[in-house]
Design a protein around this ligand. Structure first.
Ligand SMILES: *[C@@H]1O[C@H](CO)[C@@H](O)[C@H](O)[C@H]1NC(C)=O
Ligand SMILES: *[C@@H]1O[C@H](CO)[C@@H](O)[C@H](O)[C@H]1NC(C)=O
Length: 445
């Protein structure tokens, strides 16, 4: 086992080295131009005190009001110097850069009583975890364009434990706030920032286009509830790369609305690139779903390194969701110490209410999973389609998932699925039989 693993690791390493040596390294650069802003203001000019105790809400709101209304040519950079700046939630504006210097921390207040409430997202019909409205994200952008959050790896700290405890004690009145949300926005860059202890999902672009997220670090304890890393939701042309994410829920999850509300809103997520992400999660490393009612098309996730994770790759949907999930390619994933390597399932996640349409069956097709190497993987894979909507053209190539020596290694289990496989070990279920014999898998690997 050891020597076979060693040989394969060498082959894989050579393959990666060759692909890197031949092709230029792909990056998100160019999707959204990084603009230089000559007009600069500092949060301290607005009376902010970075002592970790003074509440700086007024300073943030006034500084951003100034950027919005003076409308300097080329936009304005808001500089946050070293220090800990406690504040309530605040809104960004278009054509601004929020720049966190080295040692700068923007810290969310833990006083949740006056936290602003906003309307539920139309594609969800209600808050994701509680009926009605939802708490506004700590840093919020609605209807914006040309916004950059960057700097020298300063920190945005959600101080989420008060919110996690409300969730645990079932005293939450409304859905918890995201750390950063952009809604109906375009031309967004988030880079070189550390995100810490989000109350709920960390970074949530929803109804957005042209979003770049790179060189970020996202941290939350593994037992913090629903602290997803990055959730592109009903958004297109989103590129996420070169980041480390370790949280209490999925590291990256592509979504597009929830059951009848998401179907009615009809806004898909498409053209999403995820590359060079490293991290750990008790849930999924790379996920699509389970809220996918607007559909999810053209996702590429590659060069992903996962350790101590629940499910390496998780494509998930449910009856009542509707939506088409198609053209998903996941390649060059290394995973270690994983509960389940690959899971593709049609019975995951709850419903917003009892009025979902049980005949709104999701479609899952054209899925490519290739060049996957797993060690200490407890269970190789599960692919569970729906009886009345089987998953089709699910293709696996060069997928090798090993158990830990001495422990029992669960095989593949499948139902209501068709597709093919090439070079998969342990050998997959009969539904995904070798494509060299059947010619399955319509798109070549
Ligand atoms: C922030 O944006 C939200 C959503 O657009 C809006 O409801 C709220 O009034 C804004 N808050 C401030 C202080 O401008
Ligand atoms: C910030 O962190 C990224 C990794 O996320 C690293 O590549 C970069 O060099 C760091 N920048 C600074 C100024 O420390």
């Amino acid at each position: 086992m050891k020597s076979r693993g060693g040989v394969w690791a060498a082959v894989l390493a050579l393959m990666w080295w060759c692909s890197g040596a031949v092709a230029e390294v792909a990056t998100c650069s160019g999707l959204v131009p990084m603009v230089y802003r000559s007009d600069k203001i500092s949060i301290t000019d607005y009376g902010a005190v970075g002592d970790g105790k003074t509440l700086n809400t007024k300073a943030f709101r006034e500084a951003i009001y100034r950027i919005e209304h003076l409308r300097r040519r080329g936009g304005t950079l808001l500089y946050i110097p070293a220090g800990v700046y406690l504040t309530d939630s605040f809104n960004l504006t278009s054509r601004m850069t929020l720049y966190l210097a080295k040692g700068a921390v923007i810290k969310a207040t833990q006083d949740t009583t006056n936290w602003p409430l906003i309307a539920p997202l139309p594609s969800y019909g209600r808050g994701r975890e509680r009926p009605g409205g939802r708490y506004m994200s700590f840093i919020h952008g609605d209807g914006l364009h040309d916004v950059i959050i960057t700097g020298e790896n300063g920190t945005i700290d959600g101080q989420g434990d008060v919110w996690w405890n409300m969730w645990r004690q079932r005293t939450l009145q409304f859905t918890r706030p995201n750390l950063v949300e952009f809604k109906d926005s375009r031309g967004i860059i988030i880079s070189n920032v550390i995100f810490k202890n989000s109350p709920f999902w960390n970074i949530h672009p929803v109804y957005c286009s042209n979003v770049v997220i790179r060189y970020v670090t996202i941290l939350a304890p593994s037992d913090s509830p629903n602290t997803d890393g990055i959730d592109p939701d009903s958004s297109s042309h989103v590129c996420i790369e070169d980041s480390y994410i370790s949280t209490g829920d999925d590291l990256v999850a592509v979504k597009s609305g929830w059951d009848q509300y998401g179907i009615a809103y009809g806004r898909p997520s498409n053209d999403i690139t995820i590359r060079r992400i490293t991290g750990s999660s008790p849930f999924a490393g790379i996920a699509v779903g389970s809220e996918t009612s607007g559909g999810v098309t053209n996702v590429l996730a590659e060069h992903i390194t996962l350790s101590n994770t629940g499910i390496g790759i998780h494509l998930k949907t449910n009856i009542g969701r509707g939506g088409i999930i198609r053209n998903i390619t996941i390649s060059n994933v290394f995973m270690e110490n994983i509960r389940k390597g690959i899971k593709i399932a049609g019975d995951v996640g709850d419903h917003p209410d009892e009025n979902y349409d049980p005949n709104a069956l999701p479609i899952m097709k054209h899925i490519r999973i290739k060049n996957i190497w797993g060690e200490k993987v407890l269970e190789a894979g599960l692919v569970k389609g729906l009886k009345n909507s089987p998953f089709t053209d699910i293709c696996l190539a060069n997928v090798h998932l090993f158990g830990s020596s001495g422990s029992r290694h669960g095989p593949w289990t499948c139902s209501d699925v068709s597709g093919g496989s090439v070079e998969v070990s342990p050998s997959p279920c009969s539904e995904l039989i070798s494509s060299s014999q059947t010619g399955a898998c319509s798109i070549p690997f």
